[in-house]
Design a protein around this ligand. Sequence first.
Ligand code: GLU
Length: 321
Amino acid sequence: MNKPLLSGLAVAALMAAGSAQAEQTFISIGTGGVTGVYYPAGGAICRLANRDRAEHGIRCGVESTGGSIFNINALRSGELEFGVAQSDWQFHAYNGTSRFEDDGPFEELRAVFSLHPEPFTVVARADAGITSFEDLAGKRVNIGNPGSGQRGTMEVVMEVMGWDMDTFSVVSELQAGEQAQALCDNNIDAMVYTVGHPSGAIQEATTACDTVLVNVDNDAVRALVEERDYYRMATIPGGMYRGTDEDVTTFGVGATFVTSANVPEEVVYQVTRAIFENLDTFRGLHPALGTLDPAEMVADGLSAPLHEGAARYFSEAGLMD
Ligand code: GLU
């Protein structure tokens, strides 16, 4: 009795899938290392966006990349449609400052919404004699791969500290996902990672061997935070990772979701809608996303203009006037 009805539905579903396929739009999100938060956050965005694929025809995929600076450059060249990027690098790319001075302002850069906070996180081997950021001088330090956000942010901090590459006994440029193992293999004394918490990479670095999270709190860093809007002092709660029971004080930025003005309004609208209409699900897809607040997501750390597709959704949803 039920059989003809089921096959009728199946045919309808196939027809719907077929017509959506004819006008499919592929979008890729540039993220970071697989043990960071950008990669699972990008995966969560795609998962929610893809749920309504039959309606809007958008097929979202995630790419693991070198991080913020790589993602912004790939948006500029049109290689990627979306990316996750630190709020400091969003600012500099749009304004053509700091690492983006040579390329000039990326005027088509557009903000979509902001994500989780990212404290500048320093993890050191417990046997390295490092108890504060200043102790990194003379040590073997991974300063981050050149496409990563932490590399750029580390360079800014080094400058205000009056440091250069010779400050360290060894400097390495490993990818984010390679740092924990290098630390535990005793190839480096410390790693830096601007990342949301908890993150897989920091969990790996703190459980695979004896390590400690280090405070990054001194006059130079406090002056930097005072001077620049996109920096904040930040705390990594004690007890979150093995070996570090006290709160850790550092500074931080925010992770932001960005795109280019060349990406169609409807595409950005649909992706934004998929996240904000399913915010509870989104928050549950990674612990670092758990405290996202819509009022902050539409405003914090967004220095490039909002993409018109995001702006349309936010005003329709009453999140913005
Ligand atoms: N903040 C890092 C970067 O910009 C990436 C962090 C992550 O992958 O979660 O490169």
